[in-house]
Design a binder for this molecule. Structure first.
Ligand code: C2O
Length: 567
């Protein structure tokens, strides 16, 4: 083809792309109790539209979503669009008591927002108590209309939602733990697209099957929608090419195992280049906390080639099983999380206006005077707690933080969240018991519009060190580096990747280690940052940023929707 003709065609395509209309997608989400049978028992499970997992939403980058949520359940609920930047639309973010009051039983609220500049896989989930155990689903973002994937277009695309299932009502599980001060029970099963798979009782009739044709390359959109557990994920005899994470493209790399913390997504290409047959895909725990009880079961689904021979009558052929890392295989987890690079060179802020250092970890509160021992069932008669910079986050109850901020209502929060820990100590060493009890408060950290922010997220070894998936609402951030031990500003800054660091919304802070993230505060509002292990957020491992409005209207939070729920 002559180069002139080539450019003419290119121009044509470019024009078509810019003319392509962004769409508005309307959905109704009815939150309702639904009978769901798992592990031999039928439960009254809170679902969206009776579906478990909930509906997959598919959009193109640039489209808008309008989702009317009607609450027909007996619990308060909100829906969070995990990873969606929500530029100027903080009212639609969803964490209860942060950007809205919960939707009460019988109430409704319509979330309106636009997806801008994000492509890949995100997801949505309830952000109220432990409802997200069953109220969650995928949010698939295709390239802008008229533009292509930065890899050959996959034949098929399949969301793979990894979840956690409790035999008990998850709300009761966390309510009991809050009452007793003890750790909540671990889950009874993991699931892939809602199904535990062949290794659990009463489950093998309903195992998830993913069909492929020989020779095809398909896209798996893997999401850890579990509550409290990082998970390894593998497919027998197949390798993955990782192409995206948290709705940003990455430099492709191959691996045979993924590790995702709750909240994280990973897009992988998988080529059906094996003899036609059935192969297991499987997920099980990456359990980094020493000695803490966890669900050590394994969930499976089946990758089935269409040409797989039918077994002769009465003959049972077991699909090949993938090898999964050991539960405590931190080396494999680290090799994976440190392989990510942005697909392109990126604009990392090099000057820093806000140099922040946040400790993240657990704690134990002594039994309050006069409390009964039944409410102090943590280790040695204590109650579990957790904190950032020694502040254990407390949700307000009369107003959302955003409402209080927007309307200038005093007394709901204070703006003195510390920029560094009030006491410096050997964070990953043997920490004195006097430093185990944080302060409980509702504190936010104020950022001026456009501030360039760096945060060192420093894990602590208080009670038990573990990997914490730290999620920031309203933003994607660059992960510049991660490491073990205490962050050392003298030596560790030389490890910063300022060229092509990955852009993510959830960082896996290594067990007994640290991660360094950067972002520009260009989205005004109140944005929660928290550990995405739900038990830790319950204990207070959270804080919020108050990002001030800029000067122009386009740099300010929109007015609240008229149907915003009040407390
Ligand atoms: Cu995926 Cu604050 O949540």
């Amino acid at each position: 083809m002559s180069s002139l003709l080539f450019y003419a065609i290119l121009l044509l395509f470019a024009n078509a792309a810019s003319l392509a209309k962004a769409k508005i997608h309307y959905h109704d989400f009815v939150i309702q109790a639904t009978p769901v049978k798992r592990l031999c028992n039928t439960h009254s499970t809170i679902t969206v539209n009776g579906q478990f997992p909930g509906p997959t939403l598919e959009v193109n980058n640039g489209d808008s979503l309008v989702v009317k949520v009607v609450n027909r359940a007996q619990y308060n609920v909100t829906i969070h669009w995990h990873g969606v930047r929500q530029m100027r639309t903080a009212w639609a973010d969803g964490p209860e008591f942060i950007t809205q009051c919960p939707i009460r039983p019988g109430g409704s609220y319509t979330y309106r927002f636009t997806i801008q500049g994000q492509e890949g896989t995100l997801w949505w989930h309830a952000h109220s108590s432990w409802l997200r155990a069953t109220v969650y689903g995928a949010l698939v973002i295709h390239p802008k209309e008229g533009t292509a994937y930065p890899f050959p277009k996959p034949k098929r695309q399949t969301p793979i939602l990894l979840g956690e299932w409790w035999d008990a009502n998850p709300i009761d599980v966390i309510r009991q733990a809050t009452r007793t001060g003890a750790a909540p029970n671990a889950s009874d099963a993991y699931t892939i697209n809602g199904q535990p798979g062949d290794l659990y009782k009463c489950s093998n009739q309903d195992t998830t099957i993913v069909h492929v044709d020989s020779g095809e390359t398909n896209l798996l959109r893997v999401i850890n929608s579990g509550l409290n557990q990082q998970l390894f994920f593998s497919v027998a005899n197949h390798k993955f090419t990782v192409v995206g994470a948290d709705a940003s493209y990455v430099k492709p790399f191959t691996t045979s195992v993924l590790m995702l913390g709750p909240g994280q997504t990973t897009d992988v290409l998988i080529t059906a280049n094996q003899p036609p047959a059935r192969y297991y895909m499987a997920a099980r725990a990456y359990a980094s906390a020493q000695g803490a009880p966890f669900d050590n079961t394994t969930t499976t689904a089946i990758l089935e080639y269409k040409a797989a021979p039918c077994p002769a009558k009465g003959v049972k052929i077991n699909p090949a099983f993938p090898s999964l890392p050991a539960f405590n295989d931190t080396a494999t987890a680290t090799a994976f999380t440190s392989s990510f690079r942005s697909a392109r060179k990126v604009q990392v802020p090099t000057e820093i206006d806000e140099d922040l250092f946040f400790t993240v970890g657990l704690g134990l509160n002594n039994c309050p005077a006069g409390a009964s021992s039944s409410s102090c069932q943590g280790p040695n008669g204590t109650r579990f707690t957790a904190s950032m910079n020694n502040v254990s986050f407390v949700l307000p109850s009369n107003f959302s933080l955003l409402q209080a901020h927007h309307q200038g209502i005093p007394g709901v929060f204070s703006t003195d969240f510390p920029s560094s820990p009030p006491v410096k100590f050997d964070y990953t060493g043997n920490v004195s018991r006097t430093l185990w009890q944080p302060l409980s408060a509702t504190k936010v950290y104020k950022l001026s519009y456009g501030a360039r922010v760096q945060i060192v997220l420093q894990g602590t070894s208080i009670v038990t060190a573990e990997n914490h998936p730290i999620h920031l609402h309203g933003y994607d951030f660059y992960i510049l580096a991660e490491g073990f031990g205490n962050f050392n500003p003298q030596t560790d800054t030389s490890k910063f990747n300022l060229v092509d660091p990955p852009l993510r919304n959830t960082a896996s802070v290594p067990v007994n280690g640290w991660s360094v993230i950067r972002f520009v505060a260009d989205n005004p509002g109140i944005w929660l940052m928290h550990c995405h292990l739900d038990v830790h957020i319950t204990w207070g491992l959270a804080m919020a940023f108050l990002v001030e409005n800029g000067v122009t209207e386009l740099e300010a939070v929109e007015e609240p929707p008229v149907d915003l729920p009040v407390c």
